[in-house]
Design a protein around this ligand. Structure first.
Ligand SMILES: Nc1ncnc2c1ncn2[C@@H]1O[C@H](COP(=O)(O)OP(=O)(O)OP(=O)(O)O)[C@@H](O)[C@H]1O
Ligand SMILES: [Mg+2]
Length: 413
């Protein structure tokens, strides 16, 4: 330890204020290190001593944890509880005032000879069942007053309470950590289960699709109008369910997937997936689509594709009622992040329900109005948050919506 300068002498009428300050500081302390730091300087300043030590009981030893003094004392040393004065104070559960250390047989003179100490006061921390002690030391003969000893004892009492709190906090934190880890494991198991269920649903679904496809193609002439309609409906339902399962499979694997760096052309991606999605729309729908010169992103294209597909397919789907579908893809940059956005002039939504927007299986429109499962946006949010970004939206009921996602600059090229 670097020896510190003599403590600033505090006028007697300011000592109480110094104690109050220390109490306030201690009430905010959350770990032992902070407690010792606060106590060692408060202890010294309270009495204007030349040194202060913070001692903890370690079974049958006194551990000199920390100190603040004009020259080194015993920081880091352990002494048998029976042979040192902090031990005496703890075992006897009372304060000790010693004006001349060489005249008192409770003092191991050998340990004091190399130090500056002539006089001392030692008080126990937690008088009922002491867990430590606070010492004050003077380089000249000093008859500590009762008031000085009382101030120090008050500091020791509040230190005891603080240390109990610190321990409770540490235990609570440990418990929270443990619970979080347990929850994470349970969550992973649940996701693994949901993943395998989703995966296993694919093959019966493919069977239904194949059979309904045969019905539609080879038996179409033998079906009346209603039969044909029902077959089309089966195929539409199968398509929706396939879409849901595909999204769920990505949803469940996203959190486990290792994030590979990439150099993904966001512009090409937006154009490619828009084209693919537009082809699935009925002929005759009019599109006006524009993409700005988007910066590339250092993200995994196999994940990012789901972001574009879901945002663009939403823009296309929720614009269906308009004569012309207008979609603009653009970006905004700040030094910290790049924000990409997909803007449409479709049905929009009421911002009053915004808090439901990104929740899994949450929808703001009815199935009759627009089909869907409500999983797309939660998937988008999962992917973007894995890259440290955010997703948000602005919209008005009947007046279009804009969906934004940001990526931190280091993931953007
Ligand atoms: N561009 C948009 N315009 C208006 N409403 C939208 C738009 N995008 C999303 N929404 C609203 O947010 C809800 C959630 O969207 P999300 O993409 O998660 O689900 P979905 O489109 O209903 O189904 P899917 O799982 O097939 O994507 C939608 O049901 C819709 O109400
Ligand atoms: Mg969607």
């Amino acid at each position: 330890m670097t020896p510190s300068l003599p403590a600033t002498e505090i006028a007697p009428d300011k000592r109480l204020q110094r104690l109050v300050d220390a109490v306030q500081e201690l009430s905010l302390a959350r770990n032992l290190e902070t407690v010792t730091r606060i106590v060692r300087s408060a202890a010294r300043e309270l009495t204007g001593a030349d040194g202060a030590t913070f001692v903890l009981r370690d079974k049958d030893k006194c551990f000199y944890v920390d100190e603040d003094a004009i020259s080194p004392l015993w920081k880091g040393s352990r002494f048998p509880i029976e042979t040192c004065v902090s031990g005496w104070s703890m075992l006897n559960k009372q304060a000790v005032i010693i004006p001349d250390i060489y005249q008192d047989d409770r003092i191991p003179a050998e340990a004091y000879r190399p130090t500056f100490v002539k006089s001392l006061v030692m008080v126990p921390i937690r008088t009922m069942d002491p867990i430590g002690a606070i010492g004050n030391y003077w380089a000249h003969t000093h008859h500590a007053t009762l008031e000085e000893a009382q101030l120090l004892q008050s500091l020791a009492d509040i230190t005891a309470v603080t240390m109990e709190n610190v321990q409770i906090y540490a235990e609570l934190e440990e418990r929270v950590k443990l619970r979080t880890a347990e929850l994470e494991v349970a969550n992973k198991q649940l996701e693994a289960f949901a993943y395998s269920v989703s995966h296993d649903l694919r093959s019966p679904l493919a069977g239904i699709q194949g059979l309904a496809g045969i019905l539609q193609e080879e038996y179409r002439d033998r079906l009346d109008g209603e039969g044909q309609e029902l077959t089309d409906l089966i195929l539409q339902c199968v398509k929706n369910m396939t879409h849901l399962i595909d999204n769920l499979l990505v949803f469940f694997t996203t959190s486990q997937k290792e994030l590979r760096p990439g150099d993904t052309s966001m512009k090409e991606m937006a154009e490619e997936y828009f084209d693919a999605l537009r082809k699935q729309e009925p002929e005759g729908r009019v599109f006006e689509f524009s993409v700005d010169e988007l910066p590339n992103a250092g993200v995994d294209a196999t994940l990012m594709k789901h972001v574009w597909i879901n945002l663009l397919s939403n823009a296309i789907k929720y614009s269906r009622k308009k004569d012309k579908t207008v979609i603009r893809v653009g970006f905004e940059e700040t030094p910290q992040q790049t924000t990409y956005f997909v803007q449409d002039e479709g049905s929009g939504f009421d911002m009053m329900y915004y808090n439901k927007l990104f929740g899994a299986f949450q929808r703001l429109h009815s199935d009759q109005e627009f089909e869907g499962n409500g999983i797309g946006l939660s998937l988008v949010e999962r992917i973007i948050s894995r890259y440290g970004g955010k997703v948000w939206a602005t919209a008005a009921d009947g007046a279009g919506a804009t969906f934004y996602f940001s990526l931190p600059r280091e993931t953007v090229r």
